[in-house]
Structure formats: C-alpha cells, structure tokens
Design a protein around this ligand. Structure first.
Ligand SMILES: Cc1cc2nc3c(=O)[nH]c(=O)nc-3n(C[C@H](O)[C@H](O)[C@H](O)COP(=O)(O)OP(=O)(O)OC[C@H]3O[C@@H](n4cnc5c(N)ncnc54)[C@H](O)[C@@H]3O)c2cc1C
Length: 673
C-alpha cells in the first residue's frame, strides 16, 4: 500500500459506464471536483443501450452535450420469421387507443446512439469540465467514517493507494460490488432469462427501409431478438444460454436473417441477465447507488435502463453540490432515495404492465393501468422533503398539461422569446434555484429570501426576461395566476408554487425555500419559532410538575388542568414503578390512586434537552421529586423522556417515560432504583 500521500476529493464516483460518467459530467459542470475510477481501459466492447429519451437529451443539452438528431420516435418493432422471410406484424410497445393531444412537450427529441459511442463523448466532456477520470483503476475496498469514506484503489500496475472522499457514488453496474459490500438487498420480479448476444456486422440496411429496427424472430426451433445499432452493427440475442463457437454463431445469425450465404463479420459476444431488481436502499451513509447498481430494468421502449440511471445522476449532482458548498444541510441528500427509488419501482411496474413482459412471468401480476410514454418520461412525480404540496393522493405520473405546474413534477417547456430569440422556459432552468412569475413584485421577495437563507435564487420575470409566444400560456402551463409564482429547483423540478400572491410574499417564499432547499442558515422566523416552541414545551412540562404537587399550602393534585397538559392518546409509563397508563382518561383515573399514599410531594424537571421537529418534539429531563410517603421523607432523582405534539391549542405531552434513578431516604440509605 502506497500511503505516502493520501489524496482527497469531495466525491468519488465508482464506475465509468454511462451513469458514472454522467455523474462526473453533472458534478464537474456544477464545479464540484470529483474523481471517477473505472476498472476497464475504456468502454465495454459490447454496445448495449441505443435509445435515449427526450428527458435525457434535455439534461445533456443544458450542459453542452449535443447528440446526433433523430425524429424522436421510439424504436419500431415487428414479429418476423426472418429478415428475408415473412414479416408477421408490427406490434406497439404500448397498446394504442386513446388519441393523445399533440403538444410540444420539449424543444428536444429522443435519439439513438450506441452506448459505446456515447460513453467516449461523456468521458471527454467530464475531462474537459475538470473531472479527474482514471481508467484501469479499480475500487477494491471502502471504509465509511463519520467524515467520509476511505477508498482503496488498485491501479493497473498492481499498486494500491488510498483516497479520502466526502461522498461516494457507486455507479458500478448490475453486480455492484459496492452494493454487495453494504449488504443492500434487492427486490422485484428477479431473473427472467440469461441472454447470449452476438454482435456482428453485415450488409442488412435494406431491411431497415420500413423504419422497423427491432425484430422478434419466430421460427420453428429459433426464438431470438435481432436489432441494429444503425452503424452497420447488429446484435442477435438468444435466450438459450448456449456457448457457440464462431461457425455456430454465423450459422444462427444466417438462420435469423434467412440468408444462408450472408457475409457476417463477428465482433464480440456477451452473456447478460434479463432481470428486474431494485435495491432496497439507494443510500447508506455517505454512499449512494446510481444506475444499474440501484435498479436493473429489462430493455424496453422507454429505455428505462440507461435513462433512469442518467436521471439518478442528475438528481444527485445538484444535491451534492448544495451540501458540499454548505448552503444545504445533509438532510437534502435523504431526498435522493425518497425521489429516485419510487421512480425505479414505477418503471418496474410499468414494464410488467405490458403484455410482452407480463407473459414472461411465472406468477401473474395484478393488472395496473398502463401509463403513456409522455407521462412516464416527462410527468413523473417526486414526493420528498425537497417538494411541498405533493400529497400521497396524487397519481405517480401524468402528462405535463395534466399536471399544469404541480410541485414535484418537471417544470414544463413553453416556447418563449429570450432577449428576442426563440427558446424554451427550460433554457433558464436546470442550473440554480429559479423563481418564475409574471408579477415583478416577486423579485423583492426573491432577494429577501436569498439574503436570509444564503441560497442563490434567480428571479425570472415572465413577460420581459422570458416572453411566452402565446398569451396566458405561462398561467395555463404552470397553474398560477398573474400574481402567483413558481419555485423551480436546480434540476428543473417544481419545488413549490403560490397560485396567487400570499399576504406576505417574502415570508411565504423564504419559508418554502428554506424547507425545500434544506437551507443550512436558519431564517430569523425559524429561530424565533424554535424559541417559542421550546418555551411552550418547558411551560407545559412545568404545569405538569405543578399539577401533581401536593401537601403544602393545602395543595392537592389538580386533575382539572390535566386535559390541557396531555393529548387524549397520551401514555404515562414507569417500568420501575410498574405503571403503564394509556390514554388521558386512564391517566386521570390513575393519578388519585398513584398519589393517594403521598402526604407531600414537590416535583421539578431540570436540565432539558429539547428537540423540535416541526409538529413533534422530544425532551429528556432530570426529574427530581421530594416527597413524604408514610412519614418517610425522601428525594428521588430520575430521568424522564417526554414526547410532545403540537395541537391546535398548543403543545401537549404525548408520552412520559420515567426511568431508573436514585432514592435518598431520611434513614440515610441511598438506593439505586
Ligand atoms: C443488451 C442490452 C441492451 C440495452 N439497451 C438499452 C437501451 O436501449 N436503452 C436503455 O436505456 N438501456 C439499455 N440497456 C441498459 C443499459 O445498458 C444499462 O442500464 C446501463 O449500461 C447502465 O449503466 P451503468 O453506468 O449504471 O452501469 P454499467 O454500464 O454496467 O457501468 C458500470 C461500470 O462500473 C465499472 N466497475 C464495476 N465495479 C468497479 C470497481 N470496483 N471499480 C471500478 N470500476 C468498476 C464497470 O467496469 C463498468 O464499466 C441495455 C442493456 C443491455 C444488457
């Protein structure tokens, strides 16, 4: 081990496939230094993905990666006997039926480019933007500490070095050694088949004239899948998991094509698992899973493999930047799993909602409605702490015009003029926080929120900075009135909106932005609120102590105030005293009984550690009781764990749990209770 100079980096990305490279590109574009390690010398010789969605193109285009244009239509497929033989039918990926409105959802269109051509483009871009990309470098071990991860790397010459990183993104593929090391399980439909693929070149362009690019070969004795990478290369996939020598490979290709004399140049072969499995956690401590490491999804029309992974990378990059810069607390990073894992599950569900994959299952799955492609690609809903008002009652995906600016969904594309030039609303999004409104007064609110929270927020005035080409188009697409506003996150998702202007726009915006950005700087309003909450919690605890005092100045236990101290479902427990009382009525009934033998008592709750989380709180107290029981004066020191709930009438005690302590008796005996 060469420990002479241990390096460090904010983010270590493991895996230089599509997703690791996308992570490095998105981080570097945001100015976050990162090291990417890839054990191979370059890309896999076997191109896998070819289809990239409109959303992927939106993400790449924003950072200056333009891919070859395409008409945006998804790949068409057909069932055939062979390419040269009978063609039975073209069959769609999603059942047809309802005619969907023709709306331009994006200025970009999905495209087709083989994965082994796209990866070098991403690698070059990552390096150009300053990412430290290291090929022939394998991560062989990781230890997590409170401050970061310590990674052991093995280089091609066998040398081993250590690298410290604040965070690690494991984009290390389907078999993810990192996921295995962390012991993260996976769930889902599991293995469907082991596939053998043969990549070859052959002059077959004549069969592409009809626009069909994927062929299910159905012959007696041969079921296979044949598709093209549109660059002279084709791949034949077989589900029989049989090893074939070169002659056998050529023979089966010729059989699938239906031309015994076909000139075939073999390129490479592959063996891979057609499976559907989602990791049970996308984050453990400082390690995040992304791409196939997080979700293995079978190839389908939606390109859910690569494209889902690229969106993981995009979702994570801005959050890492915000936390590493100190502007957001690490709580923001919890929203990665909260947002991306449900998307992986939705895609898993939609794959098996379609007849072709449903037919592969041993056990039937319940019918679920098929969600159309535009909704799946451009209308998925995130629910997390980084979004406000995206309730559980909302559907998981709808088309953009159906959402009309719902927080938790991608901010819609609108045709606009920016400084007189035609563009899209998307052109001003996907970098930092942006506030959009037709009402110029929100500019002041944005400046004040910015100043108070330390979160950079750009105000974009709809009508001057950005001018929709259709009147009222912004209000319709974003679901706000002329004086409302929409807050968009750095990944282009809507975090919050005010449909109409609230009474105090600056306060409403500061509160919303503070919450969805997990702003590290607390606002003055938040600090005052916390002080008020702590004060109220101390007060309700003191009132409880006073209510149960008795025996001096003629005082008795005051049952009348107990309902204003406890919630109706409160619990009072002391395992040492063998008391467990549940519910306000039981507490009221139990108090006279438990205090009957006490002639005198004084209670005090001291040294509290109070933690408030919006509408709930906990308090750990030292509880001191001086009492006379049966002419025996005593002092007892105990600890009390309390839980509190904010109700419409103020804070109430929800839980009292009294623990062991020390008893000082008048006889001089000291007993540990
Ligand atoms: C036949 C086929 C066709 C497909 N077609 C499509 C499609 O059309 N559209 C689509 O969206 N998806 C498609 N997919 C899925 C797509 O290829 C994957 O989803 C995508 O490659 C996932 O990228 P990734 O970066 O997560 O993983 P990978 O591409 O597997 O990359 C992981 C990388 O991590 C490296 N690595 C692993 N461990 C370490 C380590 N310890 N240290 C350093 N490096 C390490 C590996 O060498 C590898 O390069 C297809 C898949 C297959 C198999």
């Amino acid at each position: 081990m060469d420990d002479s100079a241990i390096e460090s980096t904010p983010v270590l990305v493991v895996g230089g496939g599509l997703v690791g490279l996308s992570t490095a590109v998105f981080l570097a574009w945001r100015g976050v230094p990162c090291v990417l390690v890839e054990k191979r010398q370059g890309s896999s010789a076997h191109p896998r993905a070819i289809g990239y969605t409109t959303r992927t193109l939106e993400l790449f285009s924003r950072i200056g990666i333009e891919l070859p244009p395409h008409d945006g239509s998804g790949p068409r497929r057909a069932r055939v006997e062979s390419l040269a033989g009978q063609w039975f039918e073209e069959y769609p990926w999603s059942p047809g039926g309802t005619k969907l409105p023709e709306i331009e959802y994006s200025p970009h269109k999905g495209t087709a480019i083989p994965q082994d051509r796209l990866e070098p483009i991403l690698r070059d871009k990552a390096i150009e933007l300053g990412a430290d990309v290291r090929l022939n470098t394998e991560l062989i071990d990781v230890v997590q500490t409170d401050d970061g991860v310590i990674a052991t790397l093995r280089h091609r010459d066998g040398r081993e070095t250590r690298l410290l990183a604040h965070y690690l993104v494991a984009a290390d593929g389907v078999h993810s050694p990192m996921r295995e090391k962390l012991g993260i399980g996976r769930s889902g439909q599991g293995l469907l088949a082991v596939q053998r693929s043969i990549l070859f070149r052959a002059p077959l362009d004549e069969y592409l004239e009809h626009g069909i690019v994927q062929f299910e070969i159905e012959q007696p004795g041969l079921s296979a899948f044949l598709t093209t990478y549109m660059d002279g290369r084709w791949v034949l996939m077989l589900s029989d998991d049989v090893d074939r020598d070169d002659d056998e490979q050529r023979a089966v290709i010729r059989q699938a094509v239906g031309r015994p004399d076909l000139d075939v140049e073999l390129c490479t072969t592959g063996r891979w698992e057609l499976a559907a499995l989602i990791a049970d956690q996308f984050r453990v401590g400082r390690v995040f899973l992304a791409g196939d490491a997080a979700h293995q999804l079978p190839p389908n029309r939606g390109g859910y493999g690569a494209n889902t992974g690229i969106e993981d990378a995009h979702n994570l990059a801005w959050k890492l930047e915000a936390v590493l810069s100190g502007r957001s607390t690490p709580d923001l990073l919890d929203t990665y799993d909260a947002e991306r894992r449900p998307i992986a599950w939705l895609r898993h569900e939609q794959i098996f909602a379609r007849a072709d994959y449903k037919a592969r299952l041993q056990t039937a799955v319940a019918d679920v409605p098929i969600i159309d492609d535009d909704a799946m690609e451009l209308g998925q809903l995130y629910r997390s702490a980084a979004v406000l008002d995206a309730g559980q009652e909302l559907p998981r995906a709808l088309r953009p015009e159906q959402w009309a600016g719902q927080p938790g969904t991608r901010a819609p594309h609108l045709k606009v003029l920016i400084e007189g030039t035609e563009g899209s609303t998307l052109d001003v999004l996907q970098r930092g926080w942006v506030l959009l409104s037709e009402d110029q007064r929100w500019q002041d609110a944005a400046s004040r929120a910015c100043a108070e929270l330390g979160i950079d927020l750009a105000f974009v005035h709809i009508g001057s900075d950005v001018k929709p080409t259709e009147p009222l188009a912004f209000q319709t697409a974003y679901g706000v009135t002329a004086d409302g506003t929409t807050l968009v996150r750095p990944d282009g998702y809507i975090a919050w909106r005010a449909v109409t202007a609230p009474t105090d726009p600056a306060a409403a915006l500061t509160s919303a932005l503070g919450r969805v950005s997990c702003a590290a700087a607390q606002t003055l309003a938040q600090r005052i609120q916390r002080l008020e909450d702590v004060e109220a919690i101390r007060d309700v605890t003191a009132r409880y102590a006073t209510a149960v005092n008795k025996g001096w100045n003629g005082k008795t236990v005051d049952l009348d105030v107990i309902p204003s101290i406890f919630t109706t479902d409160a619990r009072w427990v002391s395992s040492d005293m063998g008391i467990a009382t549940e519910g306000l009525d039981a507490i009221l009934a139990g108090l006279p009984e438990h205090t009957a033998v006490v002639q005198f008592s004084m209670h005090a709750f001291l040294n509290p550690v109070i933690t408030v989380d919006v509408d709930t709180a906990t308090g750990t107290w030292l509880m001191w009781v001086a009492s006379i029981i049966g002419n025996d004066p005593r002092a007892v020191y105990m600890s009390a764990d309390m839980a509190y709930t904010r109700t419409a009438e103020g804070w109430r005690i929800h839980d009292v749990d009294i623990h062991q302590g020390m008893l000082l008796s008048a006889t001089g005996a000291t007993t540990q209770m």
